[in-house]
Design a protein around this ligand. Structure first.
Ligand code: GA4
Length: 314
């Protein structure tokens, strides 16, 4: 259940200048040591950062956005043929328990390296465009994970990225569409996976909750991408990285244009064991080992509840 939250929202002015700013990281930087320190610091302190020079071409992004918009503009009956989302497919108002409100609609697809989910409900062009986009954002996620592993001084720098490149990976891809004429929202939650790569159009709405309980707007930036730490990364790093609570709030200011966001959720295979890989000597191991499949099952039964990881506390 989503707990209604008394936290304050700070103004975006304070956010951009003050200590609540979202870090911006240039992924093309050749100063690898500095880059990996920046990634580790952002994952520890904020759990979200903006990535510039991410390497995904404008064309790949624009084609994906166009295909998504053309899907969402179809008549309701036609879209519903690609649903219901159980969990994959087309969904609207299906999260429940205050998770989403208003007319949010979405498509959720499997996105492991071997296959992009179906099906006859999507055109061949749609599937090709999704495959290209997902391949590109997976590369962004893997690069970030490798840089993070370096920053954490893990010997095998592919230890995290390998999980996303595994053909059995349970990664998924989601496109959310918050229509212009409604006050649609998505309740606060953390993403359960390892890492999320988010790209939205130029309509605001995303907010993150800081450690001190403030809600901070994350201004939309269609040219760049945002990377968010998920629960599985928090567990893998023994709590050193913190998954970021976030929500999308609809308001009158959303009313001119629909918000469209596209998220790649990088996850391991269902049987992959998640156990803290980087706990310095003398540090208590916070989580019992669990498989991604076990965690996913807990996530679906607890829905958007707070602190699901606590189920696996040592
Ligand atoms: C939130 C993050 C991702 O969008 C998602 C969502 C998933 C779904 O829509 O099927 C969940 C939600 C998300 C967490 C709790 C459960 C599962 C809906 C829901 C009520 C795809 C994910 O992995 O977890």
């Amino acid at each position: 259940m989503v707990v209604s939250c008394p936290a304050r929202v700070i103004s975006s002015k304070k956010k951009t200048r003050g200590r609540h700013g979202i870090p911006t990281i240039d992924l093309s930087s050749e100063d690898r040591a500095r880059l990996s320190d920046q990634v580790v610091k952002a994952c520890e302190e904020v759990g979200i950062f903006k990535v510039v020079n991410h390497g995904v071409s404008d064309k790949t992004v624009a084609s994906m956005e166009m295909e998504a918009l053309s899907f969402f503009s179809k008549p309701a009956a036609e879209k519903r043929r690609a649903g219901p989302a159980t969990p994959f497919g087309y969904g609207c108002n299906a999260i429940g328990c205050n998770g989403d409100k208003g007319d949010l609609e979405y498509i959720l697809l499997e996105a492991n390296p071997g296959s992009i989910s179906p099906t006859a409900h999507y055109s061949l062009n749609f599937r090709c465009v999704v495959r290209d986009y997902v391949d590109a954002v997976r590369n962004v996620a893997c690069e970030v994970l490798e840089v993070a592993a370096e920053g954490l001084r893990v010997q095998d720098k592919r230890v995290f990225s390998r999980m996303l490149r595994d053909p059995q990976s349970d990664s998924c891809f989601r496109v959310n569409h918050y229509p212009h004429n409604a006050s649609s929202s998505f309740g606060e939650h953390t993403d359960p996976q390892i890492l999320t790569v988010l790209r939205s159009n130029d309509v605001d709405g995303l907010q993150i909750r800081t450690r001190d309980g403030l809600w901070v707007p994350v201004p939309a930036d269609p040219k760049h991408m945002f990377v968010m730490v998920g629960d599985a990364f928090e567990a893998l790093t023994n709590g050193r990285f913190r998954s970021v609570r976030h929500r999308v709030v609809g308001s009158c200011s959303l009313s001119l244009k629909a918000r469209t966001s596209m998220m790649y959720f990088g996850a391991p295979g269902l049987n992959a064991v998640i156990s803290p890989l980087v706990s310095p000597p003398h540090t208590r191991v916070l989580y019992k080992p669990f498989t991604w499949g076990e965690y996913k099952q807990a996530v679906y039964s607890l829905r958007l509840a707070h602190n699901r990881l606590a189920l696996f506390n040592n």
